[in-house]
Design a protein around this ligand. Structure first.
Ligand SMILES: [Fe+2]
Ligand SMILES: [Fe+2]
Length: 392
């Protein structure tokens, strides 16, 4: 921070009500009261409130890290139709059984008496696993379309030519991600879900905001930071070789996208005042709460005909969602170090650090940030090098 007046008193703190629309961020009843109303609409219009910005400074490479990222992106493109083996059959029930055998889900020794699951047999448990998978991949798909639109907006609104160039490559990447997730859902899984209400509210907020850096913060840092961690976990655990291939390639793109956010915002945030930083901290916290809430997957419980509140009790989600589940916390393992690198954790006497503490995620602050990690995750380059070595 370059500001010379660090007095936090001068910065007006917003209340929880103002930031997330309710006094208690963890009130389960209020979280579950948020649901979608327009689930049968084919399109949805969201005002983006921003000017399209021309720049007459065409000097390529003025921002070296962004230029390097752009050059990398050009050589790391892949084709979802030819680089993935779509002939692989996916047996969803087998995938669910394999996940259960690996200990992902409710353990056999859980006492189900007095719960909605008391009379459930294998059929219902498998159905739940199948629905959860359909739901998860559907949310990945909708999130990818959010990234496609947000990054197209960045092409228009960012004032730097190196960033416009890079963002244009990300638009292509996101088109490919939407394409492959849609194809996987249509041809390998057994049903779609509409966008989760919390994810939709978050994407709306990001697109509505007129400030160009807020698109980056919401999408590249928060949504894509979480996606990178979630894809990583799904990659580690899925027994399906097609989904593994797909996620491996998608992740190598996503690591660049998160790096794009970190590298661009680092420069911009260094010039902001405390009050301006606080607005970014509040935005990041609101995004974190919304992303956490979507993982309650309330739409799956509705479809299974189970009272969602009772269902969540069994999964140890109490009336107040405290997010103590280590699996859920891991979703923040990319976001937190990146927020730290950008100065968001510590600005204004650690406002965001204190909020992240209540989510139990500050433990990740010293994990590797994503500014450089994309080099290690470039799976396309690795595959090409291996193919060249083989043919030599
Ligand atoms: Fe993506
Ligand atoms: Fe992305």
């Amino acid at each position: 921070m370059t500001t010379t007046d660090p007095t936090p008193d001068a910065v007006e703190m917003a209340s929880m009500q103002e930031i997330i629309g309710r006094a208690d961020a963890n009130d389960l009843a209020e979280i579950l009261a948020i649901s979608n109303t327009d689930v049968h609409a084919t399109i949805r219009a969201v005002a983006d409130n921003a000017d399209a910005i021309f720049t007459w400074n065409y000097t390529k490479g003025e921002r070296k890290p962004l230029d390097k990222l752009y050059e990398k992106a050009k050589t790391s493109q892949w084709n979802g139709q030819t680089d993935l083996d779509w002939s692989i059959d996916v047996d969803q029930e087998q995938v669910v059984a394999a996940n259960a055998a690996a200990g992902l889900g409710i353990g056999e020794d859980t006492d189900l008496s007095g719960t909605p699951f008391e009379k459930w047999g294998d059929k219902e448990w498998i159905e739940l696993g199948v629905e959860s998978q359909n739901w998860m991949l559907s949310q990945f798909l909708h999130g990818e379309q959010g990234a496609l639109l947000c990054t197209a907006k960045i092409v228009e609104t960012v004032p730097w030519i190196d960033a416009k160039y890079y963002a244009a490559t990300q638009v292509m990447d996101e088109a490919r991600h939407v394409e492959v997730f849609a194809q996987y859902l249509d041809t390998k899984l057994s049903g779609h879900y509409p966008i989760n209400a919390h994810l939709k509210a978050l994407l709306d907020d990001i697109i509505n905001d007129s400030r160009w850096d807020m698109t980056y913060l919401g999408m590249q840092i928060m949504v894509e930071g979480l996606a990178l961690a979630a894809f990583g976990m799904a990659f580690q655990t899925t027994p399906d070789p097609l989904l593994k291939q797909l996620l491996r390639y998608v992740m190598s793109d996503e690591a660049r996208h998160v790096a794009f956010g970190v590298l661009s915002l680092k420069e911009f945030y260094d010039g902001l005042s405390d009050a301006e930083m606080l607005e970014r901290q509040e935005f990041a916290f609101e995004a974190a709460i919304r992303m956490r809430n979507r993982f309650l997957q309330q739409e799956v419980w509705d479809r299974m005909g189970v009272d969602v509140k009772k269902a969540l009790k069994l999964f140890d989600v109490p009336d107040e969602v405290k997010n103590q589940d280590p699996f859920q916390q891991l979703l923040f393992s990319k976001i937190v170090p990146n927020c730290k690198k950008l100065g968001l954790l510590d600005a204004n006497d650690g406002w965001l650090r204190q909020r992240f503490d209540t989510l139990g995620v500050t433990q990740f602050e010293d994990w590797v940030d994503t500014g450089e990690e994309y080099e290690l995750l470039d799976e396309v380059a690795k595959d090409r090098a291996a193919a060249e070595a083989e043919s030599a």
